[in-house]
Ligand binder design. Structure first.
Ligand code: MV4
Length: 449
């Protein structure tokens, strides 16, 4: 096992990783920007190295500075967390060439899944259902029109280098399709330096279902059930739950089988997530694979009792998975609310500031992963998420009751947060029934006006 790990991240996930390391007897090195000097990850790690100024490009994305910190502190491995360098194949390669273990999958896995069209192609070849559409990158408009008429409108254009909803355009007819392709290509070139786009049948009322998997270096692959991440706004997830309220045991069997097939097909190793789109008829299709630990991994941890960060570290150290699929039990329902420093009454505008008063809920079934404290000045340079509030109950009704009273206990001022938004959602009949789609947030906010 590693004796010392560097955490190339900040905020709650840096703390989360430090906590896992402490319980494993692994020493930790925090890296931080000058804007994060007063942050808890710096305080709680055994050592801390400043890697640059506030701007992420000069600190948390600064590979040279991070590798220097790793050399100076003599660590054996680097955990990238989520965001920042977590899905950067080049960074994983540099770690490898410096003989420092990158705690995550191989650079090849990261690179393949970063190319959305290539990822989709491997999945189709592995027999994982994929969304009907173009088999290749779109390079001429007549071909695109032909495909669109075969699969029927509406269609969606996606950027090959996109992901997470960036660079997407919907079209309802031939004329709009041609302009959508041009806009999508221009946007893709500007955002990702790659103008490649592809075309798919567009589903109007999808649900976002993702399956957590763990794979070791010895071809053991298991799944830890699904998460429902349908409650999003502008591709930012706001609420996640596991299990999904719309998946029965039969569908769960099929979708988790497909996820394992997907991971096997690419020889995946580490923790990973296969994202599926679920349509209103119960058909599911591969969307993307995330080759990192995700924000919402907590809900899976609550229902399975498995510490995903520890498993990720053990896998990277070459350990075998210590359990089989049959050992995995799913217990109850867990729901996560992302608490962001955003004003839900003002278009979710970020509003960083200093937290003067803070009271976090507790009691039965509550878990909070957060890096903020009373007196903390939230730096304006990074992600707006300041806490994850997770409720774990014996069933969905129980988890909802726990979340409702926890949201009522949560006091944070004067910073505006998404807590009032979550209180509204947890009183919304559609949410309470579990029959919501990706348009839920938009529709709910309109009704409020
Ligand atoms: C789609 C889609 C409808 N049809 N693809 C959004 C994130 C990225 N992973 C893919 N996304 C979508 N792809 C087809 N063919 C609708 C979305 C989508 C969405 C998906 C899941 C959860 C929320 C969403 C919000 C808007 C659009």
């Amino acid at each position: 096992m590693f004796s010392k790990i560097l955490i190339a991240n900040r905020g709650e996930i840096a703390l989360r990783i430090i906590r896992a390391c402490k319980e494993m007897g692994i020493r930790t090195v925090a890296v931080y920007s000058s804007a994060d000097a007063n942050s808890l990850h710096v305080q709680f790690a055994d050592e801390a190295v400043c890697i640059g100024p506030a701007a992420p490009a000069n600190s948390y994305l600064n590979i040279a500075a991070i590798m220097s910190a790793a050399e100076i502190t003599d660590v054996e491995a680097i955990h990238p967390g989520y965001g920042f360098l977590s899905e950067n194949a080049h960074f994983a390669e540099i770690c490898e060439s410096c003989h420092i273990t990158f705690i995550g999958p191989s650079p090849e896995n990261i690179r393949l899944m970063g190319d959305k069209m290539a990822a989709k192609d491997s999945m189709r070849k592995a027999g994982v259902p994929t969304i009907p559409g173009s088999l290749h990158v779109i390079d001429n408009k007549d071909e695109a029109i032909k495909i669109a008429n075969r699969i029927k409108y509406p269609v969606i254009i996606k950027a090959s280098s996109g992901g997470g909803g960036r660079g997407m355009r919907v079209a309802h007819n031939d004329v709009r399709l041609v302009s959508a392709i041009i806009t999508a290509q221009t946007e893709a070139e500007a955002s990702f330096g790659n103008a490649s786009v592809y075309l798919e049948k567009y589903f109007e009322k999808p649900r976002h279902i993702e399956v957590q998997i763990l794979a070791d270096k010895y071809n053991h692959i298991i799944h830890l059930g699904e998460r429902d991440c349908t409650i999003q706004r502008r591709h930012q997830k706001l609420i996640e739950e596991s299990p999904s309220p719309v998946i029965d045991p039969k569908l769960r069997r099929k979708i988790t089988d497909a996820a394992i097939r997907a991971a096997k097909a690419v020889n995946y190793c580490s923790a990973g997530t296969i994202e599926f789109l679920l349509d209103t008829d119960g058909n599911f299709f591969f969307m993307e694979m995330n080759t990192r630990i995700q924000v919402e991994h907590t809900v899976t941890e609550m229902i399975t009792g498995i510490d995903l960060i520890k498993e990720q570290i053990k896998i990277a150290a070459g350990k075998r998975l210590s359990f089989t699929q049959d050992d995995i039990r799913m217990d109850g329902v867990a729901i996560e609310c992302r608490i962001n420093e955003e004003d839900p009454d003002n278009g979710f505008m970020p509003c960083p500031g200093t937290i003067d008063h803070l009271h976090m809920p507790g009691g039965r079934g509550i878990r909070i992963d957060s890096h903020v404290y009373s007196g903390y000045a939230i730096p304006p340079f990074y992600d707006s998420m300041i806490a994850k509030l997770i409720a774990h109950g014996k069933d969905r009704q129980d988890a909802i009751k726990i979340m409702q009273r926890a949201l009522d206990e949560f006091i944070i001022s004067p910073v505006k947060t998404t807590i009032p938004f979550h209180r509204t959602v947890f009183n919304n009949p559609q949410f309470l029934r579990g029959t919501y789609y990706t348009n839920f947030v938009e529709t709910m906010m309109k009704e409020k006006e």
